[in-house]
Design a protein around this ligand. Sequence first.
Ligand code: ADP
Ligand code: 5GP
Length: 219
Amino acid sequence: MAGILFIISAPSGSGKSTLVGQLRTLVEGLDFSISYTTRAPRGSEEDGREYHFTSREEFERMIAAGDFLEWAEVFGNYYGTAVSALEHARVAGKDLLLDIDVQGAVQVMQKMPNAVSIFVMPPSPEVLEMRLRHRSEAEHVTSEAVIERRLSQAHNELKQIWDYKYALVNDVLEQAVSEMRAVVLFERGARDGVQAMAEGCRTDRPSEKLKAALGTFGR
Ligand code: ADP
Ligand code: 5GP
Protein backbone atom coordinates (compact mmCIF):
# COMPACT_ATOMS: atom_id res chain seq x y z
CA MET A 1 0.00 0.00 0.00
CA ALA A 2 1.38 3.41 -1.00
CA GLY A 3 -0.25 5.52 1.73
CA ILE A 4 0.51 5.48 5.43
CA LEU A 5 -1.03 2.79 7.60
CA PHE A 6 -1.95 4.15 11.05
CA ILE A 7 -2.57 1.55 13.76
CA ILE A 8 -4.57 2.89 16.69
CA SER A 9 -5.02 0.81 19.84
CA ALA A 10 -6.37 1.49 23.28
CA PRO A 11 -8.01 -0.36 26.12
CA SER A 12 -11.73 -0.65 25.39
CA GLY A 13 -13.54 2.45 26.71
CA SER A 14 -10.52 4.78 26.45
CA GLY A 15 -12.31 6.84 23.82
CA LYS A 16 -10.55 5.58 20.71
CA SER A 17 -13.67 5.45 18.50
CA THR A 18 -14.66 8.95 19.65
CA LEU A 19 -11.19 10.27 18.84
CA VAL A 20 -10.99 8.58 15.47
CA GLY A 21 -14.46 9.88 14.56
CA GLN A 22 -13.41 13.47 15.32
CA LEU A 23 -10.04 13.08 13.63
CA ARG A 24 -11.74 12.02 10.40
CA THR A 25 -13.85 15.18 10.34
CA LEU A 26 -10.67 17.31 10.69
CA VAL A 27 -8.17 15.57 8.44
CA GLU A 28 -8.75 14.81 4.76
CA GLY A 29 -7.58 11.69 3.01
CA LEU A 30 -8.03 9.20 5.84
CA ASP A 31 -9.82 5.95 5.10
CA PHE A 32 -11.11 3.85 8.00
CA SER A 33 -10.93 0.08 7.89
CA ILE A 34 -14.27 -1.41 8.92
CA SER A 35 -13.38 -4.56 10.82
CA TYR A 36 -15.21 -7.87 10.79
CA THR A 37 -16.48 -9.11 14.14
CA THR A 38 -18.58 -11.92 15.56
CA ARG A 39 -19.86 -9.78 18.45
CA ALA A 40 -23.44 -8.52 18.37
CA PRO A 41 -24.12 -4.89 17.36
CA ARG A 42 -24.14 -2.47 20.33
CA GLY A 43 -26.43 0.54 20.75
CA SER A 44 -27.00 2.28 17.43
CA GLU A 45 -24.29 0.37 15.56
CA GLU A 46 -25.12 -0.64 12.00
CA ASP A 47 -23.76 -3.47 9.89
CA GLY A 48 -21.22 -2.08 7.41
CA ARG A 49 -20.76 1.21 9.30
CA GLU A 50 -18.96 0.48 12.62
CA TYR A 51 -18.29 -3.18 11.80
CA HIS A 52 -19.18 -5.94 9.40
CA PHE A 53 -21.11 -8.16 11.82
CA THR A 54 -20.67 -11.78 10.90
CA SER A 55 -21.14 -15.33 12.20
CA ARG A 56 -18.33 -17.43 13.69
CA GLU A 57 -18.64 -19.86 10.77
CA GLU A 58 -18.23 -17.12 8.19
CA PHE A 59 -15.32 -15.59 10.14
CA GLU A 60 -13.54 -18.95 10.32
CA ARG A 61 -14.11 -19.45 6.58
CA MET A 62 -12.47 -16.06 5.98
CA ILE A 63 -9.47 -16.99 8.18
CA ALA A 64 -9.02 -20.20 6.17
CA ALA A 65 -9.28 -18.27 2.90
CA GLY A 66 -6.50 -15.88 4.03
CA ASP A 67 -8.86 -12.89 3.88
CA PHE A 68 -7.41 -11.21 7.00
CA LEU A 69 -4.33 -9.02 7.40
CA GLU A 70 -4.69 -9.75 11.11
CA TRP A 71 -7.31 -11.18 13.41
CA ALA A 72 -7.65 -11.86 17.13
CA GLU A 73 -10.07 -13.16 19.71
CA VAL A 74 -11.03 -10.32 22.06
CA PHE A 75 -13.49 -10.78 24.96
CA GLY A 76 -14.63 -14.10 23.47
CA ASN A 77 -15.36 -12.73 19.99
CA TYR A 78 -13.37 -12.67 16.78
CA TYR A 79 -12.26 -9.35 15.32
CA GLY A 80 -10.30 -8.98 12.08
CA THR A 81 -9.02 -6.55 9.44
CA ALA A 82 -9.66 -7.59 5.85
CA VAL A 83 -6.67 -7.52 3.49
CA SER A 84 -9.00 -5.80 1.00
CA ALA A 85 -9.08 -2.65 3.21
CA LEU A 86 -5.46 -1.95 2.21
CA GLU A 87 -6.30 -2.27 -1.47
CA HIS A 88 -9.35 0.03 -1.16
CA ALA A 89 -7.23 2.74 0.51
CA ARG A 90 -4.50 2.37 -2.11
CA VAL A 91 -6.95 2.71 -5.01
CA ALA A 92 -8.56 5.74 -3.32
CA GLY A 93 -5.11 7.28 -2.74
CA LYS A 94 -5.77 7.57 1.01
CA ASP A 95 -3.98 6.77 4.25
CA LEU A 96 -5.65 4.05 6.27
CA LEU A 97 -6.63 3.96 9.96
CA LEU A 98 -6.91 0.65 11.78
CA ASP A 99 -8.68 0.64 15.16
CA ILE A 100 -7.49 -2.70 16.51
CA ASP A 101 -6.49 -4.35 19.79
CA VAL A 102 -2.87 -4.90 20.83
CA GLN A 103 -2.76 -8.55 19.66
CA GLY A 104 -3.77 -7.46 16.16
CA ALA A 105 -1.47 -4.42 16.30
CA VAL A 106 1.57 -6.60 17.00
CA GLN A 107 0.71 -8.77 13.96
CA VAL A 108 0.45 -5.70 11.70
CA MET A 109 3.69 -4.15 13.09
CA GLN A 110 5.50 -7.37 12.14
CA LYS A 111 3.99 -7.62 8.66
CA MET A 112 4.18 -3.90 7.85
CA PRO A 113 7.13 -2.32 9.67
CA ASN A 114 6.43 1.09 8.10
CA ALA A 115 3.04 1.30 9.79
CA VAL A 116 2.71 4.15 12.32
CA SER A 117 1.35 2.94 15.65
CA ILE A 118 -0.48 5.10 18.19
CA PHE A 119 -1.60 3.97 21.65
CA VAL A 120 -4.44 5.86 23.33
CA MET A 121 -4.20 5.89 27.13
CA PRO A 122 -7.09 6.54 29.48
CA PRO A 123 -6.04 9.09 32.14
CA SER A 124 -6.55 6.60 35.01
CA PRO A 125 -8.32 3.30 35.82
CA GLU A 126 -11.04 5.29 37.64
CA VAL A 127 -11.78 7.42 34.57
CA LEU A 128 -11.71 4.33 32.35
CA GLU A 129 -14.25 2.60 34.61
CA MET A 130 -16.47 5.68 34.56
CA ARG A 131 -16.38 5.83 30.75
CA LEU A 132 -17.15 2.14 30.44
CA ARG A 133 -20.11 2.55 32.82
CA HIS A 134 -21.46 5.65 31.06
CA ARG A 135 -21.23 3.99 27.68
CA SER A 136 -22.97 0.82 28.78
CA GLU A 137 -25.69 2.80 30.59
CA ALA A 138 -26.26 4.87 27.44
CA GLU A 139 -26.59 1.63 25.48
CA HIS A 140 -28.77 -0.01 28.16
CA VAL A 141 -26.49 -3.03 28.43
CA THR A 142 -24.80 -2.59 31.82
CA SER A 143 -23.06 -5.81 32.77
CA GLU A 144 -20.71 -5.86 35.77
CA ALA A 145 -18.89 -8.88 34.33
CA VAL A 146 -18.21 -7.10 31.02
CA ILE A 147 -16.94 -3.96 32.78
CA GLU A 148 -14.68 -5.95 35.13
CA ARG A 149 -13.28 -7.94 32.21
CA ARG A 150 -12.50 -4.82 30.17
CA LEU A 151 -10.81 -3.14 33.15
CA SER A 152 -8.60 -6.12 33.85
CA GLN A 153 -7.76 -6.45 30.13
CA ALA A 154 -6.74 -2.75 30.14
CA HIS A 155 -3.95 -3.53 32.61
CA ASN A 156 -2.68 -6.34 30.32
CA GLU A 157 -2.79 -4.18 27.20
CA LEU A 158 -0.76 -1.42 28.87
CA LYS A 159 2.23 -3.77 29.00
CA GLN A 160 2.50 -3.37 25.23
CA ILE A 161 2.60 0.45 25.16
CA TRP A 162 6.36 0.69 24.44
CA ASP A 163 5.94 -1.29 21.20
CA TYR A 164 4.01 1.70 19.81
CA LYS A 165 5.72 4.67 18.18
CA TYR A 166 3.35 7.22 19.76
CA ALA A 167 1.15 7.33 22.85
CA LEU A 168 -1.31 9.99 23.88
CA VAL A 169 -3.54 10.44 26.92
CA ASN A 170 -7.22 10.94 26.18
CA ASP A 171 -7.99 13.29 29.05
CA VAL A 172 -9.46 16.44 27.49
CA LEU A 173 -10.95 15.25 24.21
CA GLU A 174 -10.04 18.34 22.13
CA GLN A 175 -6.41 18.11 23.26
CA ALA A 176 -6.19 14.40 22.42
CA VAL A 177 -7.77 15.00 18.99
CA SER A 178 -5.22 17.78 18.32
CA GLU A 179 -2.37 15.45 19.31
CA MET A 180 -3.60 12.68 17.05
CA ARG A 181 -3.99 15.15 14.20
CA ALA A 182 -0.44 16.39 14.83
CA VAL A 183 0.93 12.85 14.61
CA VAL A 184 -0.86 12.24 11.29
CA LEU A 185 0.34 15.55 9.78
CA PHE A 186 3.89 15.08 11.11
CA GLU A 187 4.12 11.57 9.62
CA ARG A 188 2.74 12.80 6.29
CA GLY A 189 5.38 15.55 6.33
CA ALA A 190 8.10 12.97 6.97
CA ARG A 191 6.87 10.77 4.12
CA ASP A 192 6.65 13.63 1.64
CA GLY A 193 10.08 14.98 2.60
CA VAL A 194 8.41 18.23 3.73
CA GLN A 195 10.18 18.23 7.11
CA ALA A 196 13.59 17.56 5.59
CA MET A 197 13.01 20.32 3.02
CA ALA A 198 11.99 22.83 5.71
CA GLU A 199 15.05 21.85 7.82
CA GLY A 200 17.21 22.58 4.78
CA CYS A 201 15.94 26.19 4.76
CA ARG A 202 16.87 26.95 8.39
CA THR A 203 19.14 29.96 8.97
CA ASP A 204 20.93 28.40 11.94
CA ARG A 205 22.31 25.72 9.59
CA PRO A 206 22.58 27.62 6.27
CA SER A 207 22.75 25.48 3.16
CA GLU A 208 25.62 25.76 0.67
CA LYS A 209 23.15 27.24 -1.82
CA LEU A 210 22.14 29.99 0.64
CA LYS A 211 25.78 30.73 1.50
CA ALA A 212 26.64 30.98 -2.20
CA ALA A 213 23.72 33.35 -2.87
CA LEU A 214 24.71 35.53 0.11
CA GLY A 215 28.28 35.47 -1.14
CA THR A 216 27.22 37.07 -4.40
CA PHE A 217 25.92 40.00 -2.31
CA GLY A 218 29.20 40.18 -0.46
CA ARG A 219 27.71 38.77 2.74
P1 ADP B 1 -13.42 2.96 22.73
O1 ADP B 1 -13.66 3.09 21.27
O2 ADP B 1 -11.99 3.18 23.10
O3 ADP B 1 -13.93 1.66 23.30
P2 ADP B 1 -15.42 5.08 23.04
O4 ADP B 1 -14.98 6.03 21.98
O5 ADP B 1 -16.66 4.27 22.80
O6 ADP B 1 -14.22 4.12 23.49
O7 ADP B 1 -15.57 5.95 24.38
C1 ADP B 1 -16.01 5.38 25.62
C2 ADP B 1 -16.90 6.42 26.36
O8 ADP B 1 -16.08 7.50 26.81
C3 ADP B 1 -17.97 7.02 25.47
O9 ADP B 1 -19.15 7.19 26.24
C4 ADP B 1 -17.37 8.39 25.06
O10 ADP B 1 -18.37 9.34 24.81
C5 ADP B 1 -16.55 8.76 26.30
N1 ADP B 1 -15.33 9.58 26.02
C6 ADP B 1 -14.43 9.41 25.04
N2 ADP B 1 -13.42 10.31 25.12
C7 ADP B 1 -13.71 11.09 26.20
C8 ADP B 1 -13.06 12.21 26.84
N3 ADP B 1 -11.89 12.72 26.40
N4 ADP B 1 -13.63 12.75 27.93
C9 ADP B 1 -14.80 12.26 28.41
N5 ADP B 1 -15.46 11.20 27.87
C10 ADP B 1 -14.94 10.62 26.79
P1 5GP C 1 -15.43 -3.18 20.83
O1 5GP C 1 -16.15 -4.48 20.97
O2 5GP C 1 -15.41 -2.37 22.10
O3 5GP C 1 -15.88 -2.40 19.62
O4 5GP C 1 -13.90 -3.55 20.53
C1 5GP C 1 -13.20 -4.37 21.41
C2 5GP C 1 -11.76 -4.37 21.00
O5 5GP C 1 -11.58 -5.00 19.72
C3 5GP C 1 -11.14 -2.98 20.88
O6 5GP C 1 -9.87 -2.99 21.53
C4 5GP C 1 -10.96 -2.80 19.39
O7 5GP C 1 -9.85 -1.97 19.06
C5 5GP C 1 -10.68 -4.22 18.96
N1 5GP C 1 -10.88 -4.42 17.52
C6 5GP C 1 -11.81 -3.84 16.71
N2 5GP C 1 -11.63 -4.24 15.44
C7 5GP C 1 -10.55 -5.07 15.45
C8 5GP C 1 -9.87 -5.81 14.43
O8 5GP C 1 -10.18 -5.76 13.25
N3 5GP C 1 -8.82 -6.54 14.82
C9 5GP C 1 -8.41 -6.63 16.13
N4 5GP C 1 -7.34 -7.37 16.39
N5 5GP C 1 -9.03 -5.95 17.11
C10 5GP C 1 -10.08 -5.19 16.77
